[in-house]
Every structure is written in structure tokens, then in C-alpha cells.
Write a protein that binds this ligand. Structure first.
Ligand SMILES: [Zn+2]
Length: 304
């Protein structure tokens, strides 16, 4: 599943290709994906036509992001909310100009296989024809969704962003604000980071990396944290998330960037996926435990 840095990298890569482009045609091959969210969503067979009619003729103004939701904003203030969930991919294929013989794909999300380079393929469910190329939505497991909103403010009213914590890049994510929200939580640090209610963007990889950098065990209860430890956690988030975005996220998350390259943040991982190996800092063997159904790795020597 892509984490926030991967989704943000995809947004940044797609943006220059689709901005100001008109949606010329839309084809939806699976009603479920535009009917709602969740595995038990009600499938509305009239939605694909409605989705298409709402979009054709409009220009894409920009793409924004809230947590792992991409918001394709249109010139009339309507919007498409896209969530890739487990295996969603967005692939942009530019139109060839007269000098080119081969088109360069711009993609991100679940990694693309050699056999899937010819688009559309059997897992392509939504196709947007734009003035300058085609945007494909592929999703092997079909957990993702693309929802139309007549006004982008309705996305907030619809509850899609309820209970989401601070954006790590936002100005309102100050130490005071983080501290205030964190100390009200119960449970261990890893669980609180994973549930996204304090700050978004810390999935399994980055939660472990942040705790390592801060020198705090992810198994600690929030209530046991000292003020200086909370400060170190805050500083670690402010350091790691922007760095991960700049490096294009982590390829170990089964994720490719919009330009087809692999994320370079995987090289920076200090603890994630390294259980049983030596700590780069002190040489101790890194410990591996299960927390909230996920594997947590930490150094019992470097982290208190
Ligand atoms: Zn160590």
C-alpha cells in the first residue's frame, strides 16, 4: 500500500502533464469504482454515465492531496477524489508527436509489470482521454475509488477527511499543536501513528523510522512520553517525511514513481524491514515485534 510520500510523489509527477488539460472523454468499465468506497459499497450501475457526463469538457485546474487522497480539481470547482488503496495505479500516456515513435509512460501506485505496459489492459477500469494524452486507472484488487463531487468543499462535508490529523507539511502542524493532540491519546506510539488521527503520513515504514530517529521505542505508551521525547518525535517527522517525498518514497512499499523510477528513500531506511539485522548506529541486533497487526522494528539500545 502506498504511504503518503509515495502519493505525494505521484501527485508532483502527474501535475505538469495534466494541468490545464481538457477531459475529452471518460470511460468507466467497473461501476463499483465510481459508486462509493469500502469493500461493501453499494454498486450503482447509473454512476459511470453520470461520472462521464459530469467530467467531459472540463479542464483540470490542479491536483491536491489530503492524507493519501488525491483530489483532481476541475476549473469549475468540481473535483474527483482518487484513493489508490492497495493496488491502484494512475498511468499517464502522452500523445505522440510526429517525431516520436515510442510514448513514455508516467505512472505511480502499485508497480507495473512488463505485461501491463500495453494500455488499456484487463485491470484498466477508468480511462480519461485528455487533450494531450490518456490517463488510465488500473486496480488489480479493485479496492480503490474515484468519486465525483460537484463542489470540492463537499468532500469535507462527506466525511472523507474526518478524524485525519495534521498534514506534516502544513503550517498548522506546529510542535504545540502536535503535543496537544498527542497527549490526549491512549495506547502505544505505533498504534497512534498508524491510525492517522494525530498526524497523517506515518504508515508502517515511516512510523518505525520516525521512532528510531527520535530514540523512542514505538511500543511505548503515549502517556509515558516525556516532553523532550515528544519534541524529538516532532522533529523526526518534520525531517523524515519531506526527505522521503524528495527522494520519491520507498520502493520497498511495492511502489513506483510517476516517471517509472523507483523511490530512493528505501536506501535511507534505518530499521524498517531490518528486524534481526545489526543497528547501523550501535551494532545491536534490531528487535522485531507485532503491533496492531503490523511488524514493528526497533533498536532496544538506541531507543528508550
Ligand atoms: Zn542501535
Amino acid at each position: 500500500m502506498p504511504e503518503l510520500p509515495e502519493v505525494e510523489s505521484l501527485r508532483r509527477s502527474l501535475l505538469p502533464h495534466v494541468i490545464d488539460q481538457e477531459i475529452v472523454q471518460v470511460e468507466v468499465k467497473l461501476s463499483k469504482l465510481v459508486s462509493g468506497r469500502g469493500t461493501k459499497r453499494h454498486v450503482d450501475e447509473s454512476k459511470p454515465v453520470e461520472f462521464m457526463q459530469n467530467l467531459v469538457g472540463k479542464k483540470i485546474a490542479t491536483i491536491t492531496r489530503r492524507a493519501k487522497n488525491l483530489i483532481i480539481e476541475l476549473e469549475d470547482d468540481s473535483a474527483i477524489l482518487v484513493h489508490l488503496k492497495m493496488t491502484g495505479q494512475l498511468v499517464f500516456k502522452p500523445k505522440l508527436d510526429s517525431k516520436q515513435t515510442k510514448s513514455h509512460l508516467i505512472f505511480g501506485g502499485h508497480p507495473i509489470q512488463e505485461t501491463e505496459l500495453h494500455l488499456p489492459h484487463k485491470h484498466t477500469y477508468v480511462i480519461f482521454e485528455l487533450t494531450n494524452g490518456t490517463l488510465f486507472y488500473n486496480d488489480v484488487r479493485q479496492f480503490g475509488y474515484l468519486l465525483y463531487f460537484a463542489n470540492k468543499n463537499e468532500i469535507v462535508d462527506s466525511g472523507h477527511f474526518d478524524d485525519l490529523g495534521f498534514e506534516p507539511f502544513a503550517e498548522d502542524f506546529t510542535f504545540q499543536a502536535f503535543n496537544e493532540k498527542l497527549v490526549k491519546k491512549t495506547g502505544n506510539l505505533k498504534k497512534v501513528f498508524l491510525d492517522q488521527t494525530v498526524v497523517v503520513g506515518l504508515g508502517n515504514i515511516y512510523a518505525d523510522e520516525v521512532c528510531f530517529r527520535a530514540g523512542v521505542k514505538p511500543t511505548r505508551t503515549v502517556k509515558s512520553l516525556k516532553p523532550e521525547e515528544i519534541k524529538k518525535l516532532y522533529e523526526a517527522i518534520k525531517h523524515i517525511i519531506p526527505l522521503a517525498v524528495d527522494l520519491g518514497g520507498s520502493s520497498v512499499a511495492n511502489y513506483l514513481l510517476a516517471d517509472g523510477s523507483r523511490g530512493n528513500y528505501a536506501r535511507e531506511h534505518k530499521v524498517y524491514n531490518r528486524g534481526g539485522k545489526e543497528c547501523y548506529t550501535c551494532g545491536s541486533i534490531l528487535e522485531k515485534v507485532q503491533q496492531a497487526g503490523r511488524t514493528t522494528v526497533f533498536c532496544a539500545h538506541c531507543q528508550k
